[in-house]
Design a protein around this ligand. Structure first.
Ligand code: KG4
Ligand code: ZN
Length: 340
């Protein structure tokens, strides 16, 4: 990497987190996130409310990121922002703000693909965290994404598998809704799963060709199962909540690991990196670790704050692109369905 001293501001606004981060070379100086609590009442992200909240949060969040980094905005070398994929109204706030700031400071603007950023978050300099060597397989698992990506180099990525319907985090959150748990339900299901019997109840795994995933059938199966059981016993959920959570988790982790095994078999690549909110899950972490001795894998899990939506991952991509002088034009537009 370069011996220059480069400061980049990263801005993320693709979904319901307004985030800004300053990176100095490969090292994060600040990583500020304003999460939008408003969506909890609705049990999911409401796009219109998300874009309004971004509008309110973006100036204070960016100011705080610059302040925490202990620099002035005049020291920045470039502004990196999430161009997509994501919610259009949300993306527009970050995109417009980044363009104006870059223009005002007369410095380069760098557009970033949010999905590439989840993967390249592994290249943030962080003590105690190893960077995966190329080529590696990346599995991005969150409330909005489920992909397996073959990563040949920083910007040479190929999606080799993805969900054909819901993301894995949605499977957690929607199952949680059926069970009367709060939103997002992933952490709660994970906590309870550790207290229950994973084989108490069986749910069939979806049959999807190749490396693609499907989670919508599982959600329906869980719904029907709960409806049937609560008809026979109205206290069924209360009496069995830990076992239900453990069984759901066991099924979901089984689906993810089966596909990873197939991806390793097909590509011959045994370095596996994960990212996205679901990578906080204790079950997936244990299963990946077990894969190291069982299948000879080497696995990489970034620091938690870099796995969920954040701007540090946007800043690291900004830095990598800055080194290659890969800048954007001022007329760049947000793209809700941007591909890797
Ligand atoms: O990456 P993220 O913060 O936001 C996006 O969706 O982009 O991921 C949030 C998702 C939610 O669906 C949440 O339920 C899930 O990650 N999640 C978990 C856990 N922690 C968060 N799912 C399972 N186990 C967890 N420990
Ligand atoms: Zn994300």
């Amino acid at each position: 990497m370069s011996s220059q001293n480069i400061y980049i501001l990263g801005i993320e606004s693709s979904c319901d987190d307004t985030a800004a981060s300053v990176i100095f070379n490969g090292q994060i100086l600040s990583n500020v996130i304003a999460s939008q609590k408003i969506h909890e009442e609705y049990g999911g992200v409401v796009p219109e409310l998300a874009s309004r909240a971004h509008q309110q949060n973006i100036v204070p969040v960016v100011n705080q990121a610059i302040k925490k980094a202990n620099i002035t905005k005049e020291q920045l070398h470039a502004i990196a922002f999430t161009r997509g994929p994501g919610l259009m109204g949300s993306l527009l706030v970050g995109t417009s703000f980044a363009k104006s700031l870059a223009m005002g400071l007369n410095i380069p603007l760098i557009d970033v693909n949010h999905m590439q950023a989840h993967i390249l978050a592994h290249f943030i300099d962080e003590e105690g965290f190893n960077k995966p060597p190329f080529p590696f397989l990346a599995m991005t698992i969150s409330g909005g994404h489920t992909q397996i990506v073959k990563v040949a180099n920083y910007f040479d990525m190929e999606v080799i598998g993805e969900t054909i319907d819901d993301a894995v985090g949605e499977a957690y959150d929607k199952s949680g809704k059926v069970l009367g748990l709060g939103y997002p339900a992933g952490p709660e299901i994970d906590k309870r799963a550790q207290l229950g019997n994973p084989k108490a109840f069986q749910f069939t795994k979806p049959k999807v060709e190749g490396l693609n995933f499907s989670f919508s059938g599982l959600k329906t199966a869980i719904l029907y199962f709960i409806q049937k059981e609560t008809k026979a016993n109205p206290n069924f959920i209360e009496e069995n909540i830990n076992d239900i959570c453990a069984s759901i988790q066991y099924t979901i982790i089984g689906i993810l690991i089966d596909k990873l095994k197939l991806a390793v078999k097909q590509t011959g690549i045994k370095h596996i990196a994960i990212g996205g909110g679901v990578s906080a899950n204790s079950g997936i972490r244990q299963a990946l670790k077990a894969g190291e001795s069982k299948f000879g894998w080497t696995t990489y899990v970034p620091k938690f704050e870099f796995t969920t939506d954040n701007a540090a991952m946007i800043a690291i991509v900004g830095y990598l692109k800055y080194l290659e002088k890969d800048f954007s034009e001022q007329h760049v537009t947000a793209s809700a369905r941007l591909k890797i």
